[in-house]
Every structure is written in structure tokens, then in C-alpha cells.
Design a protein around this ligand. Structure first.
Ligand SMILES: C[S@@+](CC[C@H](N)C(=O)[O-])C[C@H]1O[C@@H](n2cnc3c(N)ncnc32)[C@H](O)[C@@H]1O
Length: 604
């Protein structure tokens, strides 16, 4: 290879180098060792090799979803999914696909398909389409995997003496494209001159670079015209940052004039994963496997009252409600109004009526007082009415309040007549909740996502059976990630501090005999293990739950980060970690450093 073609090969490929804040890098090298951390860092820049789907078994079945997906994968009409089947054809004709990695992905998938019933594992059913398989672990049989592939090397039509038409996209956009998305107008940053609708363009990504003020910036104005020369912004930095090519849906000028829509439809990708955008809405939910597992670890029971702190967009909330078969009460809180609306929308889409979403700062989720007329009964078979508080100004005028009290009396009478209180006979809370929901929400509210998210002022201590704290964290375990230097030692410490404060609230809210599950998606032991140490040191009545028979793993405190290593004793040791250790590390987990700890709450 002459030097010009080798520099072309170096440029038009995908070989990113993740940047870290130097102190953070040093801290992780100490925690993991240099080699291990280098591999983690590299793996973070690659997407997972499969998409994980949770089937809403209250609305559909595995069989129905598999049937529909199979039809789509085998030449259906949804463009987005075509990338898989097209991917297969293209991969046969594309010279230079990276065979080794492909093979690793196949191995990993074959393992998922293997029929090896062991403790807690079910034999895996082989499906008609080998691109789809059903999770074989007990309790997770409503989880399906759809296979992707990569990395592929792509021929961009590049010649040493000839520049290629290009677009540059933002980092966030590129991360989504690596997971199967198309390029939408807002993600576009720059484009070559003379690009017309229907042109083929190479797609690269602009990643933050050190800026003059000591911070980081992309140094690129939206709409920049690319000349294909070294004078172009980030020309050298974009070496090895090409994620595929696509067909433009607008001319250059049109792309930057439009406010929405697809700007470039990807036709050839470095990683081929299906997109499930707008697909089988309500029947399936695209979710990282560890998130699904976190809901299982919580092990919610029908009829219970569960709190999901930091719940938006509601992935785990809906997983919990589904495990409870929509029977009980799942209270989901988030501090952002719009995100609360997202939870409501998702719950409505999935036909889950036991979810109630409120806007609330999780740091203030314990309320010691019942605030006069603001109180609305939410949990009718408790000794005291727990409180979920609506702002009195938002909905209830005096007349409404009178009705609330009247209805509450009626409901009380109904409970008594059903013998629910005292004699232990079970009456579905869904039944009991109906009148309260009617009076609180108005008819049909559950299925309408318009309006505002209600504020809550908090909940009484000891008023929940289980609490999930899916804490805001540095998210340094999520992949693909193309930049990591925004996290500093200070920001990592801030996450840890807030997580402890939230945990303090969770401890107060759960009743004796209840359960708290804490989960994060970061490789940072300062957020993961340190929280567990803090919890056990501070609250002597907490103990770590030893085992969750439903998921069949050996232990519940744990993380499954790449390569097993010193933390191989995770609940997933038998499943994901096994895959990770045996095969290409960059081709397996969708979350590298997830962490789930389950605490039993003893006598307070
Ligand atoms: C990791 S995400 C939660 C993901 C969610 N559990 C799921 O599975 O879909 C963190 C969420 O915490 C919310 N959040 C951050 N700080 C919060 C606070 N003080 N109180 C409530 N929510 C908060 C953010 O708005 C964000 O939606």
C-alpha cells in the first residue's frame, strides 16, 4: 500500500479514541489497571451487537412479536428495519468486512441460542429467523434479542486524488446512528458544497476538542461548508471517525433550512443494528438488558405499592408494572415536568393503568406532614392514608374537595364491605383505585397524555413496599460513547453525594420488611461500591439481599463490567459475564458497567 492510500485508509474508517479528563483517567487506571481500562475505554466506543426488546406481555405475546419482527426482517415494509436485511446483502458484497469481529458476534449469538439448561436457565428456543432469539434466563423470557453486526469496513468511493462528498454530524447524533438511527436535521453540523438531494455522502462525527479557554468544544458552526481540504474544521481530528454513508434527502441548502425530518438516510453503516423507532408501539419496548434486570431484581409483587425514584422516561417503571401485571400501585417520580409527561405517555401506550407519575425532586420525597386540603388518598387499604399531594391550586376547588371526601367515605365503606381491612382477604387494588382515579384524573385521563404533570409534595415515611432508586449517575457505562472528558473528579463526587442523599430518602420511605434496589450504569466504583458501603455503615437495619431466585444468579450485589476481573462474582456471572469473557468484549453488553444492589430493610 503506498503512503497516500494508507492515509486514505486511516482516514475513512471507524477507530475512535475516547478522551477522558486526565485525573479521571488516572483514577480509573488505578481502579482497573492500565490494560483493563484501555479495553473498557475502547469497548465503550462500540455499540452493542444486539438490540434488546422487552415484550409487553400484557398487550402481546412473544410469538406475536417474533412473527411480526420476522416478517419485517424478511422483507417487510418498515424502512428502518431494512438495515438488517440490507446489511446481510451488503455484507456479502462488501470487500473487507472485518471477519474476526463478525465471527465473535456470531459466537455470542450462538451462545444465546444454545440449548444448555442449567440452574435457573431455560433451554433456548431456536426461532425461524436466526436474527431474533429469546432470552433463555428464567424470568426474562419476555426479552428478545435482535442481532446486529459490525464493524464493517465501508467503501466510501474515496480515491487518493479525489475528495468525497461529506456531512459532519454531532456526537449525540453519531451515537444514535451507531445504534441504528437515521440522521435527522438537528444532528447535522456541516456539509460539502454542491450536495444535491439523492447524493451519496460519507458521514463523520465532530467530537469535542480542547478549546483555548481550557474547556472542550466542537469549534464548528452549524451550516459550515466543507471543501474536503485540510482547512476544513476538524479535518485531522475526523480521521477514523467515519460511521458510514447515506443518501441525502435534501440539497445542502434545504438541509439547513428544514427544521425537522431525516436529512440523510443511512445506506451503509459501520455497525448495522435495527432501529425500532415507532415500531410495534406499546407491544415492545427497546431497553438495555441491565435495565430489565433491575426491575426483576426489585421483584415487585402484585398489589404492592412501589416507588420508582428518578423514573423518566419510564423504562423501568413500565417493566415493574408489567411484572405486577398492572395490579398494584407504581408511583413514578422525576424532577422534570416534560419527562414526567414522557412517563405518562409510555404508560398509556403500554396500557398500564397502575402507574402514576408525578413531578417531584427525589431529594424531597419524604413528607412528614399531611397538608390540609391538598391530601388525596392513594392507597386505600393502609391504616393511614398515605399522601400523594396535588397542588390545591392545580385542580381541586372547594366543591371538588367535598366530593373527594364524600367519595373517600364511599370507598372506605366499600373496602369494609369487601372485608379487605383486617381479615386479609385480597381485593385487587386496581378495583379499589378506580373511583379515586376517576375523581382525581377525570374520565379517561389515563389514556390522554395532554395537560400537565401533577406535582407531588412527597410521601409519608414507611409508605412503600419497595423502592427503586435508579440514581442519576455519570453514565460512564453506556455505549456507544464518543467523548468522556466532560466528567471530572468533582462531578463524579457530586453524583456520589446526591446518590447518598437520595438513598437516605429511599430508606425512610420503605417499610420494615421492604426492599430497596439501587442501580446505576457507570463503571465508577466511587458511585457503585461506595454507595453500598455507605448504606450498610449508616443503616444497620439494612442487609444485602443474597439472591434472587427469579433471575437465577448467584448474588445480587454486583456489576457486570467487561472481562469479569475482580468483580466477576456478579449475579450475571453465569450469563452475560460468561459471554463477555468468552468473546469479543466490544461485541457484547449494551451497558458495560451496570450495577445493581438489592437491600432488605430490617426492623427500623
Ligand atoms: C438514569 S435516568 C432514569 C432512567 C429511568 N429509571 C428508566 O429506566 O427509564 C435519571 C433520571 O433522574 C432524573 N432526576 C435527576 N435528578 C433528580 C431529582 N433530584 N429528583 C427526581 N428526578 C431526578 C432525571 O430527570 C432523569 O430522568
Amino acid at each position: 500500500m503506498d503512503s497516500s492510500s494508507s492515509s486514505v485508509a486511516k482516514r475513512y474508517c471507524y477507530n475512535p479514541n475516547l478522551r477522558w479528563n486526565p485525573q479521571v483517567e488516572e483514577y480509573f487506571i488505578k481502579a482497573y489497571g492500565a490494560d483493563h481500562f484501555t479495553r473498557i475505554s475502547e469497548a465503550l466506543t462500540r455499540p452493542s451487537c444486539y438490540s434488546c426488546i422487552r415484550v409487553n406481555i400484557l398487550k402481546s405475546t412473544n410469538e406475536a412479536v417474533i412473527e411480526k419482527l420476522t416478517r419485517l426482517l424478511q422483507g417487510g415494509t418498515v424502512d428502518d428495519l431494512h438495515c438488517l436485511s440490507i446489511g446481510k446483502q451488503v455484507s456479502a458484497s462488501t470487500a473487507g468486512d472485518v471477519g474476526l469481529r463478525e465471527e465473535s458476534i456470531d459466537c455470542m449469538f450462538n451462545l444465546l441460542l444454545e440449548e444448555t439448561p442449567k440452574n435457573g436457565r431455560k433451554p433456548m428456543k431456536l426461532l425461524k429467523d436466526p436474527s431474533i432469539c429469546q432470552c433463555r434466563y428464567a424470568g426474562l423470557d419476555h426479552v428478545l434479542f435482535v442481532k446486529g453486526s459490525g464493524p464493517h469496513s465501508i467503501h466510501y468511493g474515496n480515491q487518493p486524488d479525489q475528495s468525497v462528498k461529506e456531512v459532519i454530524v454531532s456526537r449525540k447524533c453519531a451515537e444514535a446512528v451507531l445504534r441504528g438511527a437515521q440522521i435527522f436535521v438537528p444532528g447535522l453540523l456541516a456539509c460539502s458544497s454542491h450536495v444535491e438531494k439523492g447524493d451519496i455522502v460519507a458521514v463523520s462525527v465532530a467530537v469535542e476538542q480542547p478549546s483555548a479557554d481550557g474547556g472542550w468544544g466542537v469549534g464548528l458552526t452549524r451550516g459550515t461548508v466543507l471543501q474536503g481540504s485540510e482547512a476544513d474544521p476538524q479535518y485531522l481530528e475526523r480521521n477514523g471517525m467515519y460511521i458510514g454513508q447515506g443518501i441525502t434527502k435534501f440539497s445542502r441548502a434545504g438541509m439547513f433550512r428544514a427544521s425537522e425530518g431525516i436529512a440523510v438516510e443511512m445506506t451503509d453503516r459501520v455497525y448495522r443494528l435495527p432501529s425500532f423507532h415507532n415500531l410495534l408501539e406499546g407491544e415492545i419496548f427497546l431497553q438495555n438488558l441491565p435495565s430489565i434486570v433491575a426491575a426483576h431484581v426489585l421483584d415487585p409483587q402484585q398489589g404492592e405499592r412501589i416507588l420508582d425514584m428518578c423514573a423518566a422516561p419510564g423504562g423501568k417503571t413500565t417493566a415493574i408494572a408489567m411484572l405486577m401485571r398492572d395490579n398494584g400501585e407504581v408511583i413514578a417520580i422525576d424532577r422534570s415536568h416534560n419527562k414526567v409527561m414522557d412517563i405518562k405517555k409510555l404508560a398509556a401506550e403500554m396500557d398500564l393503568t397502575c402507574i402514576r407519575a408525578y413531578r417531584l425532586d427525589a431529594l424531597k420525597s419524604v413528607s412528614q406532614t399531611v397538608v390540609g386540603a391538598d391530601v388525596v388518598a392513594t392507597n386505600l387499604d393502609r391504616e393511614i392514608y398515605d399522601i400523594t399531594i396535588m397542588k390545591s391550586s392545580s385542580r381541586l376547588d372547594n366543591g371538588d374537595m367535598h366530593r373527594v371526601n364524600m367519595d373517600r367515605d364511599k370507598i372506605d365503606a366499600e373496602i369494609m364491605s369487601m372485608g379487605n381491612r383486617g381479615n386479609g382477604r385480597y381485593v385487587s387494588k386496581k378495583e379499589l383505585r378506580k373511583p379515586t382515579q376517576m375523581m382525581k384524573n377525570g374520565p379517561g385521563r389515563n389514556h390522554s397524555i395532554g395537560g400537565r404533570a401533577e406535582n407531588s409534595k412527597g410521601f409519608l415515611p414507611n409508605s412503600f413496599d419497595r423502592v427503586l432508586l435508579d440514581a442519576p449517575c455519570s453514565a460512564l457505562g453506556l455505549r456507544p460513547r464518543l467523548f468522556a472528558a466532560e466528567e471530572t473528579m468533582e462531578s463524579l463526587q457530586t453524583h456520589a453525594k446526591y446518590q447518598r442523599k437520595m438513598f437516605d430518602q429511599a430508606v425512610q420511605l420503605v417499610r420494615t420488611g421492604g426492599v430497596i434496589v439501587y442501580s446505576t450504569c457507570t463503571i465508577n466504583p466511587g458511585e457503585n461500591e461506595a454507595l453500598v458501603r455507605y448504606a450498610l455503615d449508616t443503616y444497620k437495619f439494612l442487609s444485602l439481599a443474597p439472591q434472587n431466585p427469579k433471575v437465577g444468579g448467584p448474588g445480587l450485589v454486583g456489576k457486570c463490567e467487561l472481562f469479569g476481573g475482580k468483580h466477576a462474582e456478579t449475579w450475571l456471572t453465569q450469563s452475560e459475564a460468561e459471554l463477555v469473557q468468552r468473546f469479543d468484549p466490544s461485541a457484547t453488553l449494551d451497558t458495560i458497567g451496570f450495577f445493581i444492589a438489592k437491600f432488605n430493610v430490617g426492623q427500623k
